[in-house]
Design a protein around this ligand. Structure first.
Ligand code: B3K
Ligand code: ZN
Length: 878
């Protein structure tokens, strides 16, 4: 397919004002009748009416009641321009939901029918101007067999329902808000709902409903609480109220992503709705809270104001991720738990987005061109996009940001707009901020791909009592300097925070401030210092860059012990680990870990005041995925061996400390997924994993026995899975019986079974056992490529598990190529995601690189490849 360019944007030649749709729903064949009120866009010359349509069976086309001639051109239905500027177009077509394995458009999942229209799924339902700047008011009539499909839902308000002949029934829905087609949704299924009425500040009552399969109702409490909390938060923080009489969430088993913000009718992957303490982990509870919030927040940022075109995707996604991150932080209720959220977000950003930005799929937050838009729902658009919004927040402050949001809604409510419009509103509401005064420099964040590098070097002048910090940014080749907010503090060697008085300034100095870079190089001189200092830069990760601050181990140990910014304190632990791991991976001898580092980790673990969740993060080594980005010509096996060896040493040398940590962090209260409990569980489970690992060396049977016992009698999934993980990751003998028990116990719960697959596919490789297990699991009766969650649990976990995937015998790549092709014939969106497991092949050591190239070329040579997969594969080889 051709490349779509951002610069080619043109307003639509026609507007669709209203869409009156009637569905005769049936899994094998659904009849769609569409009646559209259309107006010609008189700003443009008269031209043919071109409608998108894909996999449709067209029955008839009428304009103002008269049949007209039409033709098909490059997947478009083309009608000669009607004479009238305003007319009614009627179309009748059929579709086959049960054959729709792509899960885009109307498809079957279990015994129900569901839709997914973003980005371009509506055209798989009926012919339409399927682009986000065409916004219509929809009324929808659904007719179906009442027994099979007792629940019939669409966007907006239910206006009528009743029975029809032959065991059929109908429901009429009407949505007063004009919306783009990607926000359209229909559900026809046998479901039950948890319901709750809420009153917003204006005194209006609203009905909230969460629809799930019979039997799942008791698993929806957390989702409902998260929804209510989101409503309250958005009204309090941004004065954005719920504007709908009815807000529905529907859970579906087969879903390509997490969830979808259809107006008033969100569709959710069951993974982000269903949770009980017995079946979901602390992380699952957090995931539900953040995805429910994310989709709810889209109701304003995405739905009330939407995107003009798909290049602007980050307008709604970056902003909405920022909003859900802020929500999750606010929900934690403590400063240290907020920092833990931030660390988690940055960890994902650096593992996934930085890698993306360094590979063949690198693109700006606002991409310039695409072949398949579904390939651009990326970590860059979402997570880096959220960092861009966060930097705006840092530059204008909390109040200023709220003012910018208010101006954005005042200007653009009800419109389809661009990233520029958002940045402009933020700047105009804060005219004296750096954002406004350097808006063009700031906006390079939208236009330039790649992760900037920031080097920082400091010089202390004892005579003058001053410290000069030189900051220099290195953009990727061809890119211009970007605006970087650099949050900074200085610590004395004794760990005391120093005043930050710039040379030309007077007045009281604080101990933390944000330096703003708008050029390649800046120099800042701080005065009034009495001794050497250690700089703490990019606090709370104030800009998404790679920092080279040249700090020594001694400096990092000061920060690890004393930094008042929890993020940088954690970062010090990661930096100490990273330098050791990279050195070990590069050396051919096993490297003995140094006592100073072990002692520093012990101090963190035993620290009387630090939060257990923080300790868990600080004592967790950087992932191999993260480390691979810090190297060139990566040998994944050598890196894995180095990481395993360091873990073994930490398990041994901190044995007593781990044993203490396990005992000291048991949670005795009844289960609740709150940070005060989840942090203790996380640390206890890390300790258990280290103790079971160390048993492999010592021959101890007590800790594996304890872990096995915990697998049996744990009262919540976090602890059960934690214990099982300890056994499986250590390749303990008891892992097998524990896995079997777990399977027997949860075989009827698909979401728990996903964890069972994931755990085995994600285990640290040892003697090829994990890879062999993955092959075996592909044949397991519970495995299927048709369910995206299951495919992801096994295959995506495996192709991001470095040592189980990057094998020196290339067998991993051979399997990868086979599965890309197999998946592509079922579900192209899923296949193209999976295909990205080899994105960074050029960064591998030569033997891996050659084998990877061969596997990618094999996929490229396949006679039939979807445009989704084609784009990924072509870019990989470019
Ligand atoms: N907007 C949807 C993502 C749609 C993905 C289409 N391939 C979910 C979200 O970001 O909220
Ligand atoms: Zn979103």
């Amino acid at each position: 397919s051709p490349l779509i360019q951002r610069s080619d944007y043109q307003a639509p030649a026609y507007w669709i004002r209203t869409a009156d749709l009637t569905f005769d729903l049936d899994g094998a064949k659904t009849i769609v009748a569409s009646k559209l009120q259309i107006e010609r866009n008189t700003d443009l010359p008269v031209q043919a009416l071109r409608l998108h349509g894909e996999d449709l069976n067209l029955l008839r086309v009428l304009i103002d009641g008269q049949s007209v001639s039409f033709r098909h051109e490059d997947g478009l239905l083309v009608l000669d321009a009607p004479e009238a500027n305003s007319f009614v177009l009627e179309i009748r077509n059929t579709i086959a939901p049960e054959k729709n394995t792509q899960l885009s458009g109307l498809y079957a999942s279990g015994s129900g029918l569901f839709t997914q229209c973003e980005a371009e799924g509506f055209r798989r339902i009926t012919y339409f101007l399927d682009r986000p700047d065409v916004m219509a008011v929809y009324s929808v009539t659904l007719r179906a067999d009442k027994k099979k499909f007792p629940v019939l839902l669409s966007n907006g308000n239910l206006v009528e329902q009743g029975d029809l002949d032959a065991g059929r029934h109908y429901a009429k829905w009407s949505d007063p808000f004009p919306k783009p087609s990607y926000l359209f949704a229909v559900v026809a299924a046998d479901l039950v709902a948890r319901e709750q009425w809420v009153r917003t500040r204006s005194g209006k009552d609203h009905l909230l409903q969460i629809f799930v399969k019979r039997g799942d109702l008791e698993k929806t409490e957390h989702a409902m609480n998260s929804l209510i909390a989101s409503i309250v938060w958005d009204e309090a923080r941004f004065k954005l109220p719920l504007d709908l009489e009815r807000f529905m969430i529907v859970a579906v088993d087969d879903f390509n992503m997490g969830a979808m913000e259809n107006k008033g009718l969100n569709l959710f992957n069951t993974k982000y709705v269903l949770a009980t303490p017995a079946t979901a982990t602390d992380a699952d509870f957090d995931g539900i809270e953040s995805v429910v919030a994310h989709e709810y927040f889209h109701n304003w940022t995405g739905n009330r104001i939407t995107c003009r075109d798909w290049f602007q995707l980050s307008l709604k996604e970056g902003l909405t991720v920022f909003r859900d991150q802020e929500f999750s932080r606010d929900m934690t209720g403590s400063a240290s738990a907020r920092a833990v959220c931030r660390i988690g977000d940055v960890r994902r950003l650096r593992e996934v987005q930085f890698a993306e930005d360094a590979g063949p799929m690198a693109h700006p937050v606002r991409p310039e061109a695409y072949q398949a838009i579904d390939n651009f729902y990326t970590a860059t658009v979402y997570e880096k996009g959220a960092e861009v919004v966060r930097m705006m927040h840092t530059l204008v402050g909390r109040e200023g940001f709220a003012a910018g949001m208010a101006l954005y809604f005042q200007r653009h409510d009800g419109q389809a707009v661009t990233c520029d419009d958002f940045a402009q509103a933020m700047a105009d509401a804060n005219p004296s901020s750096h954002l406004a005064t350097s808006l063009d420099v700031f906006k390079r964040w939208y236009a330039q791909a790649g992760t900037p590098r920031l080097t920082a070097r400091g010089e202390f002048n004892a005579e003058a009592g001053s410290y000069t910090l030189t900051l220099r940014q290195h953009s990727t080749p061809g890119a211009a300097p970007q605006l970087l907010p650099v949050s900074v503090a200085l610590f004395g060697r004794d760990g005391s925070a120093q005043p930050l008085q710039l040379a030309h300034e007077s007045g009281a100095a604080g101990t933390e401030r944000v330096l703003v870079m708008t050029r390649a190089e800046h120099r800042f001189t701080f005065t009034g210092l009495t001794g050497e200092v250690v700089p703490s830069l990019l606090r709370d990760f104030s800009a998404p860059v790679v920092l080279d601050d040249g700090l020594s181990d001694a400096d990092l140990l000061v920060l690890l012990a004393h930094d008042t910014d929890a993020f940088n304190r954690w970062e010090a632990s990661q930096r100490l680990a990273t330098s050791r791991l990279l050195a070990a991976a590069a050396s051919s001898q096993p490297t003995a870990v140094d006592a100073a580092y072990v002692q520093a980790l012990r101090s963190v673990l035993r620290h009387p005041d630090l939060d257990p969740a923080f300790k868990d993060l600080a004592l967790t080594l950087p992932s191999a995925r993260f480390l691979m980005e810090a190297m060139e010509g990566v040998d994944p096996q050598a890196l894995h061996a180095a990481r395993e060896h360091l873990l073994d040493q930490l398990a041994e040398q901190l044995h007593e400390d781990w044993a203490w940590a396990w005992t000291a962090h048991q949670v005795r209260e009844g289960y609740s997924p709150v940070p005060a409990q989840s942090g203790r569980r996380a640390l206890a489970n890390l300790a258990l994993a280290m103790l079971v690992r160390d048993a492999r060396r010592s021959g101890d049977t007590v800790w594996p026995g304890r872990a096995y016992q915990r697998c049996k009698d744990a009262t919540n999934m976090t602890d059960r899975l934690g214990a099982l993980t300890a056994l499986v990751y250590a390749h303990a003998e008891l892992a097998e019986p524990a896995l079997q028990r777990f399977h027997a116990q949860f075989q009827h719960d698909p979401l728990v079974l996903d964890k069972w697959f994931m755990l085995q596919a994600g285990a640290p490789e040892r003697d090829g056992k994990v890879f062999a297990r993955v092959r075996q699991l592909l044949q397991h009766p519970d495995f299927t490529l048709n369910n995206p969650n299951r495919a992801r649990a096994l295959l995506f976990t495996w192709d991001t598990n470095p040592a189980a995937f990057h094998r020196s015998d290339a067998a991993g790549y051979v399997l990868w190529a086979e599965k890309v092709l197999e998946m592509d014939s079922v579900n192209p969106q899923l296949a193209s995601r999976f295909a990205r497991g080899l994105d960074r092949w050029r960064n591998l050591a030569e033997t891996y690189r050659n084998a990877a190239r061969e596997a990618i070329s094999r996929v490229a040579a396949a006679p039939k490849l979807s445009s989704d997969a084609r784009e990924i594969i072509d870019r990989a080889l470019q």
